[in-house]
Design a protein around this ligand. Structure first.
Ligand code: ADP
Ligand code: ZN
Length: 741
């Protein structure tokens, strides 16, 4: 040490100020940077820093860097700080908590919170355009590209940057400049964007029934308590759960705090958005992965600046840095769509409860068929519980009939899929001028295509999966990796010609049968193949509501939350689908889905009927649906899980080992099994082929860690993974609380 400096006789240069900056990248830790003399940085500040040759966006994670780390003279400097409110402490703690819980890098979690990047305040991005409304100057030539841009600008939304416009209209940036020069577009500064409109918290909602009013009071009390709570809102479809939690949102708004509503599939939620607008006068701010460009930046900025009083979003909306969140609602809390299976693997419902706990705010978990996890938490008193026992307006629950496909008199004719009983019911429904719906959760024409002469099956080259024939698009498709191919004219195995036959039904095949049986009926097919994007879905929904459709046929995209007043008949083509395979949640998930589908029938004054085709009418799922006895099913399911120490009575975590080289994957999986954690309450199963043993060309093996409920699995997993070198060509993903197995 330099004696002079140490004694303070001659002060050296001022000490280097360091900050730790977390970058939204899958890096093991935050990096130290030097704070320039003319800059002040506090924890949470948004900054731009150099990383190798790049400049990246990041967040100051701590203001005391690691003095023992990179020497001061080798530190790179922060380049600039953005003019944004710093990320609140609770958001930063939440990100760290999620990273620790899921064993992900904090940077990967941060990426979900700041997925907008530094383009936020790029000077080039500051310029945006709105239509000027002027007429074209003399000599102006209207090209196709120009027309596309102008048509795009007719749509509502915040101003778009030139780059956004060019991308959305699929044209060059020169087209945009040309339009601006001819005066048809007016430049505006993005910063001058209007704030999102404010929902009116004082608008009266509908007059609530006594049950609903009691439920609303309880939720409002939770909001007014301004502390952590988790509450299950349990009530049959149509009982008014949405109206009830709207009251809680109103209470949160009156406090001047933000409310977040998570929906499982935001693309299917236009009816929800309309209802919100009717209740509060304006639409909420939306956040989901389809939101791009200027819309995304505008939404992010509004949220971060506290100018978005209500945000509705898919699971990723949970990670946004809300400055003053006062309520989280997780609607359809049981939905599998809340589980993210790539990158950071997490369950948004569970993380929402953690966010509520860290932030000291109430969380409402809403469902007509709550998950066993949430029900158990409600039973043990960890969560509160609010029940809404009856459908609003006295609409009765539909009558459910099980059709036993094993009985000769109810079996459909050969190569047909609809039982005569169901067909008769469809005739009656159409004769009464009502609507019917057929549900089959299987896209395409047939699940399996095989060669009639040798039995050869068409399989995906990249996945352990059969190729599915789609007649509408005349392609074979893999539903896991998107691989497509033509149906071969000759069998690759026996060379027979035109020998391939379809086995079993997909929705397209059911639609074919319906067209034969009811040539005069107006039929709509609703599957993700025929409906690309929310607009297409909305169009069909409106047609059904306007009674321009008699029979609706579809997969689960059709089952979600839609309210069709004239729909009185629901036919489930194959109720057993999903029960096979021995998955942990197979029965629970099938029950939830069929319950939701059945709930589409008879939502208003006309009573509904449900016909459920099954080979297993004695199965607890079918019995519960027929008897409207959810609790009996749940009790049986709970007993089974308890007996096997499965969640929610035990814990699970999975390691998925994957790579292109099967031998390497196998070896690592076996090596991991050899060094697996041991203990009284700990059991490791596997390695076994993962549910898709080959996926997108990667071989996959799985190890399952099974522990008693109270065991913290993260330290076990951490030391397990650290005990063995993992080659760079093999990936090990950690799935804490796997949804299925
Ligand atoms: P859930 O969310 O439980 O399925 P909803 O809140 O969607 O139930 O209510 C079902 C239907 O009944 C909706 O159209 C809703 O507007 C209507 N509804 C519910 N409660 C009331 C009420 N108190 N007054 C008027 N309409 C209501
Ligand atoms: Zn595939």
């Amino acid at each position: 040490m330099d004696l002079l400096t140490a004694s303070g006789i001659e002060a050296g240069p001022p000490p280097v100020r360091r900050v730790r900056v977390l970058l939204p990248l899958p890096l093991a830790s935050a990096y130290d940077y030097r704070v320039p003399d003319d800059m002040d940085l506090e924890a949470g500040a948004y900054v731009e820093v150099p990383l190798g040759p790049r400049q990246v966006f990041g967040v100051v994670w701590a203001v005391d860097g690691d003095e023992a780390g990179v020497p001061a003279n080798r530190l790179k400097s922060v380049l600039r700080r953005f003019d944004l409110p710093p990320m609140p402490e609770v958001s930063r703690r939440f990100i760290d908590w999620v990273a620790a819980y899921t064993l992900s890098s904090p940077g990967s979690v941060l990426r979900m919170a700041v997925s907008v990047s530094a383009a936020l305040e790029d000077p080039k991005a500051l310029l945006a355009y709105l239509p000027s409304g002027d007429s074209p100057p003399p000599g102006f030539k209207m090209t196709d590209a120009r027309r596309r841009v102008l048509a795009l600008m007719e749509e509502e939304g915040p101003p778009r940057t030139p780059a956004d416009l060019a991308r959305e209209a699929a044209c060059g940036i020169g087209v945009i400049r040309g339009l601006a020069e001819s005066g048809l577009l007016t430049p505006v500064a993005l910063r001058a964007q209007p704030r999102p409109p404010i929902p009116d918290a004082h608008r009266p909602g509908p007059t609530l029934s006594p049950d609903q009013a009691a439920a609303a009071d309880a939720l409002r009390a939770a909001v007014d308590a301004r502390g952590y709570s988790a509450t299950l809102v349990d009530g049959v479809t149509g009982s008014g759960k949405t109206e009830v939690y709207f009251e809680a949102i109103a209470a949160c708004l009156r406090q001047g705090r933000q409310a977040l509503v998570l929906l499982p599939e935001i693309a299917l939620s236009s009816q929800w958005l309309d209802r919100f607008a009717r209740r509060f006068g304006v639409r909420p701010v939306e956040w989901h992965s389809d939101l791009a460009g200027a819309h995304r930046r505008a939404a992010w900025r509004a949220i971060v600046n506290g100018e978005a009083p209500v945000v509705v979003g898919a699971r990723s909306a949970l990670f946004l840095p809300y400055p003053d969140l006062g309520l989280i609602v997780v609607d359809e809390e049981h939905e599998a769509a809340f589980k993210q299976e790539d990158g950071v693997i997490y369950h948004a419902r569970d993380m929402a409860v953690a966010r509520g706990f860290l932030g000291g705010i109430p969380v409402a978990l809403v469902s007509a068929t709550p998950s066993l996890e949430t029900l158990t938490n409600a039973e043990t008193g960890r969560y509160g519980r609010i029940d809404l026992p009856a459908r609003h307006g006295g609409a009765s629950l539909p009558d459910v009939t099980l059709i036993d496909l094993r009985r000769p008199d109810s079996r459909p004719p050969a190569r047909h899929w609809l039982s005569p009983i169901l067909v008769d019911a469809m005739k009656e429904t159409l004769a009464a001028g009502e609507q019917g719906m057929l549900f089959l959760n299987r896209r395409g024409y047939a699940p399996l295509t095989l060669c009639r002469s040798c039995g050869f099956r068409l399989q995906c080259p990249n996945c352990t999966a059969w190729l599915v024939e789609h007649r509408l698009s005349r392609r074979l498709q893999c539903h896991h990796c998107g691989y497509t191919d033509r149906l071969p004219e000759t069998c690759p195995s026996c060379e027979a010609e035109h020998s391939f036959v379809a086995c079993g039904p997909g929705v397209e095949r059911v639609a074919e049968e319906v067209a034969q049986l009811f040539p005069d009926a107006r039929v709509a097919l609703m599957t993700s193949d025929t409906l690309v994007g929310p607009q297409a879905i909305q169009t069909v929904i409106e047609e059904v509501r306007a009674h321009k459709v008699d029979l609706l046929i579809g997969t689960q995209v059709m089952a979600k939350g839609h309210h069709f007043p004239m729909l009185t008949l629901v036919g489930v083509v194959d109720g057993d689908l999903g029960l096979g395979g021995g998955d942990l949640r197979a029965a629970e998930r099938t029950f939830q889905m069929l319950h939701q589908v059945a709930g589409r029938a008879g939502r208003e004054s006309r009573p509904g009927r449900v016909f459920l085709q099954t080979h297993m009418p004695e199965h607890p799922v079918m019995q519960a649906l027929a008897a409207h006895d959810r609790d009996a099913f749940l009790a049986a399911e709970a007993d089974q899980r308890r007996a096997m120490d499965l969640p929610p009575y035990g814990r699970l975590a999975a390691l998925i080992v994957s790579g292109e080289d099967e031998r390497q994957v196998d070896k690592l999986a076996r090596d991991l099994a050899r060094v697996a954690p041991q203990g009284d309450d700990v059991l490791v199963l596997g390695p076994a082929p993962a549910p898709l043993a080959l996926l997108r060309g990667r071989h996959r093996r799985r190890l399952l860690l099974k522990t008693a409920r109270g065991v913290a699995v993260q330290p076990l997993l951490q030391s397990w993974l650290a005990s063995i070198p993992i080659p760079g060509t093999v990936r090990v993903q950690v799935d804490v609380d796997p949804y299925s197995f």
